[in-house]
Design a protein around this ligand. Structure first.
Ligand SMILES: [Zn+2]
Length: 178
């Protein structure tokens, strides 16, 4: 019972005062990854020699051992590779259930990321579903890359000029216009 006594309890553990996510340790090697969300970009180190993406960040390319790796933005699209639905309240303030996911990015075979799947009904979660990155701003300029179901093209309110290209070729268009 005492466990759920909540905030204000003198004996409450420190962890309860922190944001509900465990924050990563940001250093020179991984800052591009954790801070890229400030510009809306999901970034990975990429080998300048063989063009492999390297994740998790490492000082050299595991494929060709080149040491020149530079951060590069990817599309932010992904496929759900595998997942588990967590029902246990491991993290104070982060109530279950939630989806822990491993997503694979289309840019490279095996380029995967452990993350959370959000904005998705639990019974709609499906291996192979198409996802897109969103960023959750947390403390210290860190942006956690999370994934949500991909919006289809006609749902995006962005400027997609699809509709303007059709009209001219239709002879009936004139009649309607006049
Ligand atoms: Zn390489």
């Amino acid at each position: 019972m005492s466990e759920s006594a909540g905030e204000g309890t003198p004996g409450a553990r420190k962890a309860a005062d922190k944001p509900f996510r465990l924050l990563p340790k940001v250093d020179d090697q991984n800052a591009h990854f954790w801070r890229g969300g400030a510009e809306g970009e999901l970034r990975f180190l990429r080998c300048t020699a063989c063009r492999s993406y390297v994740h998790p960040p490492a000082p050299l390319c595991p494929d060709c051992h080149c040491r020149e790796l530079t951060p590069e933005a990817v599309s932010g699209r992904a496929i759900l590779h595998t997942y588990t639905i967590n029902h246990h309240p491991w993290i104070p303030g982060f109530p279950p259930p939630y989806v822990v996911a491993i997503v694979e990015l289309p840019e490279q075979d095996g380029l995967r990321l452990t993350t959370n799947l959000v904005n998705c009904e639990l019974d709609a979660v499906e291996i192979g579903m198409r996802l897109q990155v969103i960023f959750e701003a947390v403390d210290d300029g860190i942006f956690l890359p999370l994934f949500e179901p991909e919006m289809t093209a006609d749902m995006t309110p962005e400027t997609t000029p699809n509709t303007t290209t059709h009209t001219n070729s239709d002879p009936d268009a004139d009649v309607e216009a006049s």
